[in-house]
Design a protein around this ligand. Sequence first.
Ligand code: ZN
Length: 196
Amino acid sequence: MNIWCVGRNYADHARELGNSVPETPLIFLKAGSCLHKGPTFELPSWTQEVHHELEVAFQFDDQLELNCVALALDLTERHFQNQLKSKGQPWTLAKSFKGACPMSPSQSLKDLGGLAAILDWEFSLEVNDQVRQRGHLREMIYPLEVLTEYVKKHFPVSPSDWLLTGTPAGVAALKKGDRLLAKWGLFPAQSWEIQS
Ligand code: ZN
């Protein structure tokens, strides 16, 4: 199972990190084994500045159509990512560390009312009861159809792979003991606590 991710897919987030908006989707991978289920997660001992990036995740079915959704955290080691970016090096250390993709249980798109319904829902992330991120899938620079077409055209997408669709503004560092709450329309809210 692969986790395909898109960078800078919300203009306000690209701006907050001083990045330009890409001319084609900026795709990167998190190892499939980064996926982490459950209400708690840990930050690796060697990390200095792990940022939350709340994202809506879609799963491909056997026909490589999107059929399930979940709320995911594209955890990012920003300190090392900035170093790697400045050297033009790959982001693997910053994006694909152990436990770098906490994810809620998934729901079928059909049960949620289909794509038309979920595009209208606001998703948000609270950390210790403070709202840090808010977004709508409608605000994506590359909409879902373009992203999926692009990813399937260029990469070996397989059944049960995930596609993370990018994060809106408000990313910030996490610390041990933080309590996170992700909400998204009628989707069941997902909470996490960072183990100390
Ligand atoms: Zn991201």
